[in-house]
Design a protein around this ligand. Structure first.
Ligand code: GCB
Length: 610
């Protein structure tokens, strides 16, 4: 009998407890729809020195019962009398630069993974009829954002931008913006626990306040229609309008001026025919595009080109091309740490050009917007990727929603960049049904948002016999371009193994070898058979090139990688010292021997008109 009563109590009380817990959970507000082309809008920069509090136990967020505390550090409370007990003080705390990761700014934070609180004060004289947003280029990984003690919301994902509307909370003097940034790795996150790059935490990209009129141009898409070189198509989206507002789209140099009218949700489709000079690596022509509506006007520099496939060919503006590429991480060649500036982007892409590249794979996550803008200007085609890497939780709907959101934000930010020709949905994921379903849904999403670009993923290959490599991942069926990573000569045998390998690619689509390579410490010399020497890496590249030349459907390559980069997976003392040494250039900018092997190969390709 007693047992029955206890069971009844459990039945009655468990649901109640769950309900109460749900009520107590703070509401997670999502950021407002992403505003694009922030660089060409009226903004106030919040970059510079921010005060920070390192909070490994998240004392500033949870109370001692591990419940979210209503009086966390985001309240920025100050003692009002000498008897008040306040155990933190932003104003007396350490400072860090924003943009910038915390790991490379303070030696004690090099390996730190956890929470750091950031605070910035600012004054703002509001003007009538203006709306205000705070915009973050990126925060790695979860950001909880508060203004003057009120929560604006939360953003998850370390490499894409987000914004919140703030006018109601802003006052003329002493606003305080506080951001809790947490870069703890999680099994269910994107990426997951296991990667091969440094988990740089913090406000890694620019932060600004954006001022816009009541009704403003939130976003727009203007590209050539798939397969066409003279039909322009896209849309403009107004924020704050009812329907029936006019928007003007002008490309003065091409003598184009179109006026369109928005529907009830603020959208207006754009389409017209015109002849324009097409964007290409040889002629990276960008047009000034001016969009205006009411009191709001936004200017952009957009290139127009078509990109498509035909059989195993990739066609740029209707002509077959070969992607002479290189992979790169978003690490500064000038300072170390996360790259974030225009100078970082220019330095990296200049090195890629020196190598003879017309293409870069921005691995393994969206890089900052300077990279894609610079690639537009310099005429370098881009593979743009989200961090769906290795072994994420394919069956978890929240993991999927997170990956999809990162994909959406990446496409939203960069869909007008002519340089971006490929969206990649994943890197080296295991072949199974749940994963293929997950990735297929991402591919569908990307096609829905952008019908003009090609879809790819860096997949793997396997052996059907000791001399035959097979590329037959079922995901290939849904891709336009087959990406394939292989490490013949490094993880897979020795370099000469490449000489006798045949490649069988089952799908009749272009193949891009999206990675190959091996580690060499710059200045470490020895026999070509000795690992970690420049000679070994050079030899590996020579054998690889010999093999790749024989693959009939090969339409591009992006060896791993332009520059050595930090990785916690690489501890070997005196050789790696927590760097992945597969760079063709050292982290100090020195070219290794293999750099020149690839450079010569790319020069030969160029001579052949590829
Ligand atoms: C890979 C990964 C890349 C690694 C690389 C390596 O296959 O895609 O992220 O850094 O190999 O060096 O092992």
């Amino acid at each position: 009998m007693k047992i029955k009563v206890a069971a009844l109590l459990v039945i009655v009380f468990i649901p109640l407890t769950i309900c109460q817990a749900q009520q107590q959970l703070p509401q997670i507000q999502q950021p407002t729809p992403l505003i694009t082309n922030i660089d060409n809008r009226h903004t106030l920069s919040l970059d510079g020195r921010w005060q920070i509090i390192i909070d490994p136990y998240e004392t500033g967020y949870y109370d001692y019962r591990y419940q979210p505390s209503p009086n966390g550090y985001f309240k920025n409370t100050k003692p009002r009398s000498p008897s008040d007990l306040i155990e933190y003080d932003f104003d007396a705390s350490q400072q860090l630069n924003v943009p910038g990761d915390w790991n490379s700014q303070d030696q004690k934070l090099l390996f730190y993974e956890g929470t750091v609180w950031y605070k910035k004060s600012f004054d703002y004289q509001q003007k009538d009829g203006k709306r205000l947003f705070v915009y973050f280029g990126a925060a790695n990984y979860v950001a909880d954002v508060y203004l003057n003690g009120e929560k604006l919301g939360r953003h998850e994902g370390g490499f894409t931008p987000f914004n919140f509307e703030i006018a109601k909370l802003v006052r003329a003097k002493d606003n305080y913006l506080i951001v809790k940034v947490d870069n703890k790795r999680r099994r269910d996150a994107v990426p997951t626990l296991n990667t091969d790059w440094w988990n740089y935490g913090g406000l890694t990209r620019t932060v600004s306040i954006l001022e816009v009129p009541d009704t403003f141009i939130e976003d727009y898409f203007l590209q050539l229609k798939k397969g066409s070189t003279n039909e322009f198509a896209g849309w403009v989206k107004l924020n704050g309008a009812g329907g029936n507002k006019t928007v003007t789209v002008e490309i003065p140099e091409a003598k184009i001026k179109q006026t369109i009218t928005t529907d009830a949700s603020g959208y207006a489709p754009v389409s017209f025919r015109a002849r324009a000079q097409l964007w290409s690596p040889e002629n990276p022509k960008l047009y000034q595009v001016v969009l205006s509506s009411g009191g709001n006007s936004v200017t952009d520099q957009i290139g127009f080109r078509s990109i498509e496939t035909r059989g195993t060919d990739i066609l740029l503006n209707g002509k077959p091309i070969f992607l002479r590429g290189i992979c790169m991480h978003e690490e500064s060649p000038l300072r170390g740490g996360r790259a974030f500036s225009e100078d970082d982007a220019r330095a990296l892409l200049t090195w890629a050009k020196e190598l003879g590249c017309n293409f870069v794979r921005l691995a393994h996550y969206p890089h900052n917007e300077h990279m894609t803008r610079m690639a537009d200007q310099m005429g370098i085609m881009v593979w743009s990727e989200i961090p769906v890497y290795w072994t994420i939780l394919w069956d978890n709907p929240e993991t999927f929603a997170n990956a999809k959101n990162q994909l959406d934000e990446n496409i939203t930010r960069d869909k007008n960049k002519a340089s971006v020709i490929l969206w990649s949905v994943a890197n080296e994921t295991p072949v199974n049904e749940a994963r293929t379903k997950f990735l297929r849904a991402l591919i569908d999403e990307a096609r829905k948002l952008d019908s003009t670009r090609l879809l790819t993923a860096a997949n793997e290959r396997h052996y059907s016999d000791p001399n035959t490599q097979v590329v037959d991942d079922p995901l290939g069926e849904y891709l336009d371009v087959l990406g394939c990573n292989e490490y013949v000569g490094w993880y897979d045998g020795l370099p000469a193994k490449a000489d006798n390998l045949q490649w069988k690619v089952t799908q009749n689509k272009p193949l891009v070898i999206s990675e190959f390579g091996g580690d060499a410490l710059f200045g470490n010399h020895g026999d070509a058979g000795a690992r970690w020497t420049e000679e070994y890496q050079k030899n590996l590249y020579e054998h690889q090139i010999g093999m790749l030349k024989k693959i009939p459907s090969l339409r591009g390559m992006a060896p791993w990688i332009l520059v050595d980069f930090r990785s916690p997976r690489r501890p070997l003392p005196r050789i790696q010292d927590f760097y992945n040494r597969k760079g063709l250039i050292s982290s100090r900018g020195e070219r290794k021997q293999a750099f020149y092997v690839l450079q010569n190969f790319y020069r030969d390709l160029m001579k052949e008109g590829k």
